[in-house]
Write a protein that binds this ligand. Structure first.
Ligand code: PRT
Ligand code: MG
Length: 255
């Protein structure tokens, strides 16, 4: 049966014969060069991007609800592309911060990413249809015990903050009317206030154990964080018969 013109256009985009070109506005407001969205070439299978560790672990029951069982464990296997019991579903194992990028460009049709990561990415090219309520934690401001945060964070005050969440931290302190000097770090944020790199950090807190072990304390809650299902916009139009059942099964399994 001949497919509709709309579906044909989506198929051309996914096979790479036609490029859907969009401009992307970066967090700093600058227009980055146009990017091409070539999509995942296969229209008869779907690819789900996951990160190792807590997201993979907590996604397993959701996959099971959708009848999907991975054939390898990424914690023990070095494979980056993992098959499943279903020939039409594969998993790609990516760094947590890279998940939205793989889905945005159509290298994966679906992905699971923390709200923290999505806020920094900006969400271009993605649908975020479902809060999966997994990998839950809180985005917080934390300081070294004894630092006078109240004084530093008064409206008109000035504070030096180390974080990997530049956009979130910028928005938080702007809303409070506090001048913030942001220092971008990629990990171990907890060290920054201990060695005088920053007055405070903006980071995720789950059990609070890491803060306690480093003589730090959370002084402000910015927002609750959980992981979202993300979907490439072209993929959803092109492969609804493969993607929609996964969305429905995940939605039914969310606790
Ligand atoms: O580790 P890597 O640098 O590869 O990447 P990542 O840290 O982004 O990935 P991963 O797998 O650690 O986290 C993936 C997602 O899990 C994050 O994007 C969050 O949405 C979510 N999540 C939930 C967390 C935490 N809880 C969490 N506690 N991510 C990180 N942490 C870290 C936090 O940054 C801090 O260093 O754990 C430490 C605090 O934990 P507690 O239990 O001591 O409070
Ligand atoms: Mg980590």
């Amino acid at each position: 049966m001949a497919s509709s013109p709309k579906k044909q256009k989506a198929e051309r985009a996914a096979s790479g014969s036609a490029k859907v070109v969009e401009t992307n506005t970066c967090a700093d407001g600058l227009q980055s060069p146009p990017y091409s969205f070539e999509g995942n070439a296969s229209v008869s299978s779907i690819t789900l991007a996951l990160s190792k560790g807590r997201i993979f672990e907590e996604t397993l029951p959701l996959l099971a609800a959708a009848g999907i069982t991975p054939t390898d464990n990424p914690e023990t296997s070095r494979k980056l592309i993992i098959g499943t019991n279903r020939p039409d579903v594969q998993l790609v194992i990516v760094r947590a911060t890279d998940t939205p990028t793989y889905v945005q460009y159509g290298a994966a049709d679906l992905g699971i990413a923390g709200k923290d990561v999505l806020l920094e990415h900006g969400g271009a090219g993605l649908y975020q249809p479902l809060d999966l309520k997994i990998a839950r934690c809180r985005m917080c401001v934390a300081i070294r015990k004894g630092f006078d945060y109240e004084r530093a964070s008064r409206p008109g005050g000035r504070i030096r903050v180390a974080t990997k969440y530049i956009n979130t931290a910028k928005a938080h302190f702007a809303a409070k009317g506090v001048h913030v000097d942001l220092i971008k770090l990629y990990g171990s944020m907890e060290l920054a206030p201990l060695v005088g790199l920053a007055d405070a950090i903006v980071d995720l807190v789950s059990t609070g154990g890491t803060l306690r072990a480093n003589n730090l304390e959370a002084v402000e809650d910015i927002m609750p964080i959980s992981s979202r299902l993300i979907v490439n916009q072209a993929s959803l139009k092109l492969k609804p018969e493969l993607i929609q059942p996964v969305l429905d099964a995940f939605a039914g399994a969310v606790k």
